[in-house]
Ligand binder design. Structure first.
Ligand code: HEM
Length: 454
């Protein structure tokens, strides 16, 4: 683990081009820029970026482990997501407050509880699949967005009826706008009136707050609150060690955090899964056979591999609170350290023949905790990792059960940054045909249900 030190500062080699150009390279194509620098300077280097200032980039599993296990008295989370989501969000909390909040949030997202959410996800997948056209090419990302948004809304907010529909319409534009502005300098997040970019986000946020305070009031008056399994109900009943509940404004920020963090990330991963599978016909057949036989080993390995080769979050960052020693480097106080998830995943040392999409590398061989880091790590590791994995498994299993995917020789889709998450540039194109024998809910029934609820 990283340790406090008084040794002289020793930083990895610095990129010798002006800060503005480094910033432009980073904004235009983070992955390409970072890969090019790593090729020239090796796995660790120092950048000088407009928002972060001087930042050390690491990707070697030993250093990633050192960083993720460094005591939180010495490092904090870096980045602007807390600013966007509010002071009551897990992303904004540090030290004891962060630890205590995580303790309250872990039970609702624990592996065992996931089983109870599977039915909701499958229902949402079937509702969406009923609308898929046969025999014509279409982008799957919008569908994946609807599936993951509806699933997270139902499991997390417990909203129903008008409140559910309003949140469903309000969240995507709010999250997309905020997510683009989150990666820009602070001036982009000032409210210059209702038509300014941040002013629009603030207007949507006020509407969100009004809906959520009504949801909280309704939940408090719900005689069946104790039996509810949605995360809002669990948060309202949770108590810190001193017996105090989470304050209402913090519940609203946290709910938004879970809805925002849990929707686009999973949807873009699903669109990448479609994009990869269409280009690997033999794998597609093996997966379909496995799903038909009730297995899941290759599917799980495929999900690991999609997340390795196309991580939708390409970096996570920490900031030093004091001078620390990390491997051979000595990093000064208030210095950013970026874990490049993309670089870590592209390492041939960690993943032989890393450029090849090869799910078999993970069959019977789960990924190493510090080489495979799509969910980050340490005390700030993604809270929703088990939820996301369950959603990915249920959605892909259902897709394979219901559809045959037409394979393609088309070039890989380019990476497209949506602000925080990276999506396939053409939206994860697919051509599907309904399989003759489907298991589970008959497609016609589901199509009917979709029309009623539309
Ligand atoms: C494929 C889907 C997902 C990916 C790739 C992903 C990725 C990440 C990453 C990289 C981090 C930063 C971790 C770090 O800094 O070490 C993170 C944090 C977080 N994620 Fe996720 N995430 C996903 C799904 C979800 C879901 C479904 C939820 C909630 C339902 C969620 C909630 C959170 C929260 C609350 C944090 C902040 C944790 C903290 O600071 O303590 N994420 N996620």
């Amino acid at each position: 683990m990283g340790e406090a030190t008084t040794d002289p500062v020793r930083l990895p080699p610095a990129l010798q081009i002006p800060k503005v150009l480094q910033g432009i390279g980073f904004v235009v194509n983070r992955d390409k820029a970072v890969a090019a620098v790593a090729k020239r300077y090796g796995p660790e280097f120092t950048l000088n970026l407009p928002i972060f200032g001087h930042a050390v980039v690491v990707s070697d599993p030993a250093l990633v482990k050192d960083l993720f296990t460094t005591n939180s008295d010495l490092i904090a989370r870096a980045g602007t997501l807390g600013e966007v989501l509010g002071p009551g969000s897990t992303f904004s909390l540090e030290g004891t407050a962060h630890r205590q909040r995580r303790k309250l949030l872990v039970p609702p997202f624990h592996g065992k509880r996931m089983k109870s959410y599977e039915g909701i996800v499958e229902e949402e997948v079937m509702r969406e699949l009923a609308t898929w056209p046969e025999g014509e090419e279409f982008a799957t990302l919008p569908s994946m967005m609807r599936i993951t948004l509806n699933a997270i809304l139902r499991t997390v907010s417990g909203a129903e009826g008008a409140a559910f529909e309003e949140l469903r319409d309000l969240l995507p534009p709010m999250v997309l706008r905020a997510s683009h502005l989150a990666v820009l300098p602070p001036v982009a997040r000032r409210d210059y009136g209702r038509w300014s970019p941040w002013g629009r986000v603030e207007t949507l946020r006020r509407r969100y707050d009004a809906i959520v305070s009504q949801l909280i009031a309704d939940a408090r008056n719900d005689p069946a609150l104790a039996e509810r399994s949605d995360v809002l109900a669990l948060m309202l009943q949770a108590r810190y060690e001193d017996g105090m509940p989470i304050a209402d404004d913090h519940v609203a920020d946290e709910l938004l955090t879970l809805l925002a963090a849990g929707h686009e990330t999973t949807a873009t991963t699903l669109a990448w899964a479609v994009e990869r599978l269409r280009r690997h016909p033999r794998l597609l057949n093996r997966l379909t056979d496995e799903v038909d036989a009730g297995g899941s080993e290759l599917l799980q390995a495929t999900i690991f591999e999609v997340q390795r080769i196309r991580p939708v979050i390409n970096a996570t960052a920490r900031i030093t609170k004091s001078r620390i020693k990390l491997g051979q480097w000595v990093i000064p106080e208030r210095h950013a350290i970026i874990v490049s998830i993309s670089l870590a995943h592209a390492s041939d040392r960690s993943f032989p023949n890393a450029a090849k999409f090869d799910p078999d590398r993970f069959v019977g061989n789960p990924p190493d905790t510090h080489a495979w880091v799509p969910f980050g790590g340490g005390v700030r590791r993604c809270i929703g990792a088990a939820f996301a994995n369950m959603e990915l498994m249920v959605t892909l299993r259902t897709l394979l059960r219901e559809f045959e995917f037409r394979t393609t020789y088309a070039a890989a889709e380019p990476m497209h940054s949506r602000g925080v998450a990276t999506a396939p540039g053409r939206g994860g194109l697919a051509v599907v045909h309904r399989r003759p024998r489907t298991v589970g809910v008959p497609a016609r029934e589901v199509a009917g249900a979709a029309q009623v609820s539309a």
